[in-house]
Design a protein around this ligand. Structure first.
Ligand code: NOJ
Length: 637
């Protein structure tokens, strides 16, 4: 009997717990302002800790990652359902410690916030920032499917393994926002170096990395590429906004270290010119050359990334308080109002959960933490600008935004001495807090933030503990607390050329090497990671060979790892990047450093084998400190 009661008790409690775990959590919670304040201050420290956990080689979620490398998420998806795990790639790896990836975009945005925090006094972050900069110098030199450093093309590669080797599988290539974002983050750090008198460090250690990225964006900005979501090919507002910022601030920074960046000066106005064509008159279209609506949270991300606290509410640069950016905010949020179950029953003046774009199908299309927080961050930044300007201007363009929060608002200029000014500030802040409350509602009890929030019940979807989600929380919270990022250009409206021309200038590229960071007085020092000769090297072979249906390409060679010339032990190549215009077969093999071997490619079809002609190919696997990967492009002979 006692046993039966116990059973019934556990059954009832178990079912109730399960139900609670899966029941939709309503947004309409009676959270007070201080609930949010308290939650944000504890969540900010969780977010900071989570970011450090995601950085190699000490981070507890970044095992196997090189020093300074930030992994996007610790998610290892055994079913290969998400894009975070290149399954065919990891299957090929014998020593499978490198199952996760670092994206240049994610890591640059995360470190942008960490650098901001460091400059504001969080001095413990110095070693990790230095290690990240060193890691980026190495990553710039990794030969990859987008190309190499000689002509800059390799800088357009979006992601690498956490162990700093190329990812050779099929992917959206190239993506041009990474170099621009990385340049900005390093310039932010560079300004700190200059302010402390470390001119040599800024000029000799950091600038060579920045210069490669600037060369890349100045050379290729006007050519199409994949956008930040890695799925649309064309030209993207976010990428160009990041490019404009990088080129603009780099020209000022270059002068401060006694060099010049002529390509920055010549290209920045042209980028700004093209950026104007993303404005539809009602909202910012996220991508040119696309059939989608163009309503996309990447426009919010572009606006917050280019926030300049010294600027006016400038429309040309889409500042957070500009009429254009506010109208865009209004129409974008509206596009998500009726899209998700968890947004049901929300009034026009209430925040809703925001996804990447309404047409999104990734994991079924859900709200994202980072997009929802971008909506809040733009508004906190706008409030900062209004306070700085001591007035709010309402125009016909921004009127729908203001009227949704204050129905009687009309166009005009409202100085900070008027009552309406304060009413508008309060309404905008309450609205912005609404986006943060959504994040509070759906964050895990332990504070963890995934990539997506289920549109049905608010549970976490896709990658867990996404670094970018944590960085978004830290940045939004800082803006909420009226802490602005450092200014990045001279005050005053930049001029948009009257006619745009399609330009781009050839860049110069050279590998930046950082051996050690000099000690900096009163600051923690990066423990110099001794350059080690790896025991094995990731060798990626890319073969151009047109094949017919049913035909496979394999490799066989003289060493044990290459099959010892036995066809049954030959190495399989992958076709996931094969197309009729680019018939590419590829494989990544881990080989002992220093191994030398001969090899040949073979075609196999229905048991028949055809060997390529010519002499055997020669492979010398490097045994050199720091060289963890080798990339070869070859053609069937
Ligand atoms: C997919 C996102 O669309 C992309 O923006 C991001 O860089 C990667 N996930 C990694 O977080």
């Amino acid at each position: 009997m006692a046993f039966l009661s116990l059973f019934i008790y556990f059954f009832v409690v178990g079912v109730a717990t399960l139900w609670i775990a899966h029941a939709p959590r309503p947004l309409q919670q009676t959270l007070t302002a201080s609930d949010l304040d308290n939650w944000l201050s504890s969540e900010a420290s969780i977010a900071r800790g989570a970011l450090l956990d995601l950085i190699g080689n000490d981070g507890k979620w970044a095992e196997g990652a090189a020093p300074g490398v930030l992994v996007a998420s610790p998610s290892l998806d055994p079913d290969c359902k998400s894009t975070y795990n290149g399954c065919s790639y990891s299957d090929t790896l014998a020593n499978n410690a490198l199952d996760f990836y670092t994206w240049t975009r994610d890591s640059s945005l995360v470190f942008k916030t960490l650098v901001e925090m460091f400059r504001a006094g969080d001095t413990d972050l110095l070693p990790v920032i230095q290690e990240w900069i060193s890691s980026q110098a190495r990553i710039q030199g990794i030969e990859n499917p987008s190309g190499g450093l000689a002509d800059g093309q390799g800088l357009g590669e979006a992601k690498f393994t956490a162990g700093e080797t190329a990812f050779a599988g099929s992917w959206g290539r190239p993506q041009r926002d990474g170099p621009a974002l990385r340049a900005t983050t390093m310039i932010e750090f560079g300004w700190w170096l200059l302010s402390k008198g470390y001119h040599q460090v800024a000029a000799n250690i950091v600038w060579p990395i920045i210069r490669n990225d600037l060369s890349y964006v100045a050379e290729y900005w006007n050519q199409p590429a994949f956008d930040l979501w890695e799925d649309l090919y064309g030209r993207s507002f976010f990428t160009l906004a990041a490019t404009y910022r990088a080129l603009t601030e780099a020209s000022v920074f270059a002068r401060s270290i006694g060099v010049s960046c002529a390509e920055c000066e010549s290209q920045a106005p042209q980028v700004l010119c093209l950026l104007q064509s993303f404005w539809t008159g009602r909202y910012i279209r996220s991508n040119l050359d696309t059939g989608r609506s163009g309503k996309d949270a990447s426009t919010l991300l572009g606006v917050i990334h280019t926030f300049n606290p010294r600027s006016e509410c400038d429309d040309a640069t889409f500042q957070p308080c500009s009429a254009r950016a506010l109208a865009n905010h209004f129409r974008l949020v509206d596009a998500f109002r009726d899209l998700y179950d968890i947004n049901a029953d929300r009034g026009q003046d209430q925040a809703v959960a925001i996804g990447r774009y309404p047409e999104d199908q990734f994991f079924g299309g859900n709200p994202w933490f980072l997009c929802t927080m971008a909506a809040a961050e733009q508004l906190y930044s706008a409030i900062y600008q209004w306070h700085h300007l001591e007035s709010i201007t309402i125009t016909e363009v921004s009127l729908p935004f203001f009227q949704s929060l204050h129905p009687t608002a009309v166009p005009g200029i409202y100085s900070s001495s008027t009552e309406l000014y304060h009413q508008l500030i309060d309404a905008v802040r309450t609205y912005a807090d609404g986006f943060m409350r959504i994040v509070q509602t759906y964050a895990s009890n332990n504070g963890s933030l995934a990539e997506q929030i289920s549109k049905y019940d608010g549970s976490h979807v896709s990658a867990n503990d996404l670094a970018w989600s944590y960085a978004s929380l830290l940045a939004a919270n800082r803006r909420r607390n009226a802490i602005a990022p450092p200014p990045w250009t001279n005050p005053g409206a930049p001029s948009v050329p009257s006619t745009c021309s399609a330009t781009g200038v050839p860049g110069t590229y050279s590998l930046a090497t950082i051996s050690t960071w000099p000690p900096m007085d009163g600051f923690p020092t990066a423990t110099a990671a001794p350059c080690q000769t790896p025991s094995s090297v990731s060798v990626t072979l890319e073969l151009t060979a047109s094949t017919v249906w049913g035909e496979d390409i394999r490799l066989v060679g003289s060493s044990l790892d290459l099959g010892n010339w036995e066809l049954t032990r030959s190495i399989t190549f992958s076709t996931d990047r094969y197309s009729s215009s680019q018939p590419i077969w590829w494989a990544t093999i881990w080989l002992p450093a220093g191994q030398t071997a001969e090899y040949k490619y073979i075609r196999v079809r229905e048991g028949y084998v055809v060997w390529e002609g010519g002499v055997n190919r020669q492979l010398n696997v490097p045994a050199v400190c720091g060289e963890k990967s080798l990339y070869r492009r070859e053609t069937w002979q």
